[in-house]
Design a protein around this ligand. Structure first.
Ligand code: SAM
Ligand code: SF4
Length: 378
């Protein structure tokens, strides 16, 4: 019998008397950081449909004030699935013998990035498993320089290539990368330790984030939601971590089991995973106000309109996959990943309809610099 890993939904105890939800939301709409730890945990755990609706509406008001009814596009390029790490939840982990490992040749990466640029996506994300080697560092440096040569300032290059040394991050920054996405996965070191082998260190990941910030990257981080053993209290701590690390961008998504991984027997309730994912998006918008927030693909695995629901709950970024179709089925972090069969241009049409369906427009050609970064950086 598999273990049931539905996160606890009980409210954490708080010594302060509980404020009415409407008052709480009004205060949060008014100004950032208005919510205490117990308030955040309470919002994340909301279950009643009318309470969740109030939460999403409040978050949407803040989003409209920050970036308007506009969605920024980041073309997602899954440039390789070779990974030296062994995260217990991820289908790309080193010890999974099943995926056919690939690394897209440099010319092809540049061609796909060029396609995203020509479509007037404002940015491109180069994402892969984690590789630390001189050859890899130099290859990424070359690719970044080539994309930068045609994209210039109006096409942001975002990297999501895992933990690296300061020297490597600096080199890629000098080559022209503006942003880096590195999820902390969970802000709780003890929970992190249960989800990773002993040689994977939470503190190294945290230090990488600090380094990236110091080097002047626009910093993206995030967590998985509904992890085995994770509680609303943990998720509230994640939101506080985003504040403390001074993140500019957030990418969060529900955890989904992959059968070829050690956590593959975890049982999750898809409906609740979606609710928790949306609650976290909304709580992040209400707490932090001015960060870019992605409506992640995993939400679409849980409901066909999962990403649109996230846009209505405060997200303002979509990351359409622009990787050639031939590679996509080999980049399965979790099972039932959507759009693995669609060509990039099909995705584009589908996106237009999806964004219009929530009454928003796409900010074509706009790199979508996070308001937070634009405000606090010199
Ligand atoms: N290797 C890089 C890293 O780990 O930072 C970037 C690629 S990694 C595949 C991107 C993200 O996928 C991870 O940060 C993790 O949050 C997410 N992920 C991996 N396995 C997942 C799963 N089973 N369910 C949901 N998200 C998952
Ligand atoms: Fe590798 Fe990233 Fe997957 Fe961990 S989450 S196994 S680092 S691809």
């Amino acid at each position: 019998m598999p273990a049931v890993f539905v996160p606890a939904t009980s409210r954490p105890s708080s010594s302060a008397p509980e404020r009415a939800l409407a008052d709480l939301l009004a205060a949060a709409v008014e100004r950032p950081y208005a919510l205490g730890h117990g308030d955040l945990a309470r919002l994340v755990a909301l279950e009643a449909p009318e309470e969740r609706r109030a939460l999403y509406e409040a978050a949407y008001r803040v989003k409209l004030r920050q970036t308007g009814p506009r969605v920024f596009l980041r073309g997602l390029l899954e440039i390789g699935n070779v990974c030296a790490k062994n995260c217990l939840y991820c289908g790309l982990r080193r010890d999974n013998p099943h995926p056919r490992r690939y690394q897209i040749p440099e010319d092809d990466i540049v061609r796909m990035a060029r396609w995203a640029f020509d479509q007037r996506f404002g940015s491109v994300v180069l994402q892969s498993g984690e590789i630390e080697s001189d050859a890899h560092t130099e290859s990424i440096g070359r690719v970044v320089r080539r994309i930068r040569a045609f994209g210039g300032d109006s096409f942001a290059i975002v990297l999501s290539l895992g933990e690296q040394t300061e020297e490597v991050y600096r080199l890629w920054k000098e080559a022209g990368a503006a942003r880096y996405l590195l999820r902390i996965e969970t802000s709780r070191p003890a929970l992190y330790a249960r989800l990773h082998p002993a040689d994977h260190r939470w503190s190294r990941r945290r230090d990488c984030l600090l380094t990236l910030k110091r080097l002047g990257y626009q910093l993206g981080t995030g967590v998985m939601i509904g992890l085995p053993g994770q509680t609303p209290d943990d998720l509230a701590a994640d939101l506080e971590f985003f504040r403390d690390i001074d993140a500019d961008m957030l990418g969060m998504g529900p955890f989904l089991p992959h059968s070829q991984t050690p956590l593959g027997t975890a049982v999750v309730d898809p409906r609740r995973q979606l609710e928790l994912g949306l609650n976290m998006v909304a709580a992040a918008r209400l707490y932090l106000h001015d960060r870019n927030l992605a409506a992640t693909t995993v939400l679409q695995s849980l409901a066909p309109d999962g990403r649109e629901q996230a846009l209505r709950a405060g997200a303002n970024v979509l990351m359409p996959n622009v990787t050639d179709r031939a590679y996509r089925r080999h980049y399965l972090l979790y099972e039932n990943k959507p759009c693995t069969d669609e060509a990039a241009d099909e995705c584009r049409l589908c996106l237009l309809g999806r964004v219009a369906s929530v009454g928003e427009t796409i900010a074509w050609g706009d790199p979508g610099t996070p308001p937070h970064f634009a405000t606090v950086s010199p």
